[in-house]
Design a protein around this ligand. Structure first.
Ligand SMILES: N=CN[C@@H](CCC(=O)O)C(=O)O
Ligand SMILES: [Zn+2]
Length: 426
């Protein structure tokens, strides 16, 4: 090495998450591979050396270091990967709060034409610029809170034109914002009002019209379906996902969120990359996922916000599943962009250790969106997506909840957040 762009030194504890190049399952989730008194060298956006500071400095003794960044004894982790969001949408739904407080359930609000369908109306009305501005504001928040890679689903358009509009906004944000976005097509998020009572006709439109067009335009990598009572049946979900698979989409499924329909079993059958929610998943369904290497993406902010029992993550870990965690940021079931809130809920509601939570929000989350080779751990050759937290140990973050502990965020080696503030003219 002749020159490196940046050396981060005096890292009190470096949570590297190094390990086998695959999702970490079961008891492996506890192993986060900590190096004390560490340093990281970065060149051209990538990690080129990592280890004890004296060893890294020794390796760099004939190298020009352009810039040094003192971590002042604090902790460094990989940037959070958020593998499940409904980032691009119009409007918000705070009016549902009073309905919820009166005991009206999430699915009842949807059945009455509210919920997802209310956001569909706002999203259809919004221009591309309006959607862009609203989503960018959320992305800025995510970055300040430590997320560096984020999945974004469509699914509030429910017509080809409006689904493409959402996906185009995500594409534009991916090109312009420091956060990398990974897009998922979710035309099967709800039955639109104009197809009420005729889900078959809508399923055909998703399969014959939307999926091929999204594919042809290269606007999404994954396809997702809301498999739920009153939304899409297991059979409809199977048809949509099978058609998507034939076109080359990776598969995701909102499975067994409220009713135990068999979505987790379907995820195993179709070898989905991940199944999400899983609050009501049966042991048989979880076993099918474990047998087929399906990652369980759990969303504790959603169960918290809906006031329902959380996913059985301890059971999942016992069954040797790989668990990822996500905000599920959306205007209905989880109106929060905060990965740190998810850390707290992961510990307090899902009974995970801080180390398991970190694995779930970095390397496992990266694998849940097929980015495990690029991000999610601090290893030579990976992108320098890093967070310096203003604390000296990991547990302090979920413990001291409701505030932002991020000091610095680096995306591909560039400092994009400093002293908790966004840098540059964004
Ligand atoms: N459950 C389905 N979809 C979203 C919520 C969408 C909404 O309520 O707007 C979720 O993952 O929680
Ligand atoms: Zn979702």
């Amino acid at each position: 090495m002749k020159t490196i762009d940046r050396l981060i030194y005096e890292i009190g504890k470096l949570y590297t998450l190094r390990g086998p190049a695959r999702p970490r399952s079961g008891s492996e989730m506890q192993e986060v591979s900590v190096i004390e008194n560490a340093a990281i060298a970065i060149a051209q956006g990538q990690i080129v050396a990592v280890g004890k500071e004296e060893e890294v400095r020794q390796q760099l003794k004939d190298t020009t270091i352009v810039e040094e960044l003192n971590a002042k004894g604090r902790i460094v982790t990989p940037g959070f990967v958020d593998p499940h969001t409904h980032l691009v949408h119009g409007g918000s739904r705070e009016h549902e709060l009073s309905l919820k407080l009166q005991g009206v359930s999430y699915l009842d609000i949807l059945a009455q034409g509210g919920g997802i369908l209310s956001t569909v109306r706002s999203t259809r009305q919004a221009t591309e610029e309006e959607l862009y501005r609203q989503a960018k504001k959320s992305l800025d928040r995510m970055l300040i809170l430590g997320a560096t890679t984020v999945e974004a689903k469509s699914g509030y358009g429910l017509t080809l034109t409006n689904e493409l509009k959402q996906l185009r906004v995500a594409k534009m944000l991916n090109e312009r914002h420091p956060i990398e976005l990974v897009s998922t097509f979710m035309g099967a998020h709800a039955i639109p009002e104009e197809y009420k009572g005729d889900s078959e006709a809508f399923v055909q439109i998703v399969i014959e019209e939307m999926l091929p067009e999204v594919k042809a335009r290269g606007l999404a990598e994954f396809c997702d379906v809301f498999c739920e009572k009153g939304v899409f049946t297991v059979e409809e979900s199977r048809r949509i996902l099978t058609a998507a698979q034939k076109l080359g989409f990776g598969l995701k499924i909102h499975a067994d969120e409220i009713e135990s329909l068999g979505g987790a079993e379907l995820a195993g059958e179709l070898n989905c990359i991940s199944a999400e929610h899983l609050l009501a998943a049966s042991d048989k369904g979880l076993q099918a996922m474990a047998d087929h290497g399906v990652i369980a993406v759990c969303l504790p902010a959603t169960s918290f916000n809906l006031g329902v029992s959380p996913a059985r993550v301890r059971r999942m870990i016992e069954l040797n599943l790989a668990v990822a965690l996500s905000t599920d940021y959306n205007p209905g079931s989880s109106p929060t962009e905060s990965p740190q809130m998810v850390m707290t809920l992961g510990c307090l509601q899902l009974k995970m250790t801080p180390e398991e939570v970190l694995t779930a929000m970095t390397i496992n989350a990266a694998y849940a969106i097929n980015r495990g080779k690029q991000v999610g751990s601090i290893e030579i050759g990976k992108q320098a997506d890093l967070v310096i937290f203003d604390t000296t140990n990991l547990a302090y973050i979920p413990y001291h909840f409701g505030i932002n502990h991020v000091d610095t965020v680096l995306k591909k080696g560039d400092i994009v957040v400093q002293r908790g503030q966004l840098l540059g003219n964004r």
